[in-house]
Design a protein around this ligand. Structure first.
Ligand SMILES: C[S@@+](CC[C@H](N)C(=O)[O-])C[C@H]1O[C@@H](n2cnc3c(N)ncnc32)[C@H](O)[C@@H]1O
Length: 198
């Protein structure tokens, strides 16, 4: 796998450095923000930064946030990759959510655990922090398990999502169609090192 090159990435437009003083979680690909808003409401002691790249979805998310402002939720319209590079120091995240990422059927290198960026993301997680991946694509799930195991050498738990779960718009749609959804909870162990720790 080619190595991730953070120094090549420009600062996103209208970039604002986040306040990382509280327990901080990151959601990448937040869509219309259903999970982000629910998480912020039920975890007032935790800060969530929720990033969405697609303008139409982000505008819907931002509208929801304006209707019910939450001090601990920061919606960000950006590509998460350069944003993470410019915004986050090493070991700053208490958890990461990757909920129903684009399946990228024709582009394996664009799936999160296949990306060189994943090592950078791991470096931004605190020891003991958890990355949660959910998908309805069984092949995506099994490939992610293999990568967590063999490439990244991380401990994980894998299971089926409860049929009554309603965390995101995509999850609601898939479970309503009686599809199975899968979840992988990866933990960053203590003493785990990456090339981006400094
Ligand atoms: C299939 S949708 C799922 C949205 C939401 N998580 C849900 O479950 O309803 C995947 C989302 O990830 C977003 N996305 C993909 N790559 C991204 C990136 N690099 N940065 C920010 N958002 C990204 C896409 O724009 C898309 O809205």
């Amino acid at each position: 796998m080619r190595q991730f090159k953070p120094e090549k990435l420009f600062e996103p437009r209208d970039f604002v450095k986040p306040d990382l003083s509280e327990k901080c979680y990151l959601e990448i690909g937040a869509g219309r923000g259903l999970h982000a808003i629910q998480f912020a409401q039920t975890n007032p002691d935790k800060q969530l930064i929720a990033i969405e790249r697609t303008r139409v979805k982000f505008e819907d998310f931002a509208k929801r946030c304006a209707q019910q402002p939450l001090d601990n939720l920061t919606p960000v319209h950006a590509d998460a990759i350069p944003w993470v590079v410019h915004a986050l120091p090493p070991e700053s995240l208490d958890g990461v959510f990757l909920l129903y990422p684009n399946p990228e059927p024709k582009s394996a290198s664009q799936r999160w655990l296949n990306m060189p960026f994943f090592e950078f993301l791991l470096s931004r997680m605190k020891p003991g922090a958890k990355a949660t991946l959910a998908t309805n694509i069984h092949d995506y799930f099994t490939e992610a398990i293999k990568q967590a195991n063999q490439l990244w050498q991380l401990p994980f738990e894998d299971f089926e999502v409860d049929k009554n779960s309603k965390r995101t718009h995509f999850e609601i749609k898939y479970l309503a169609r009686d599809e199975t959804c899968y979840q992988l909870d990866i933990t960053k162990p203590k003493n785990y090192s990456t090339r981006f720790d400094d």
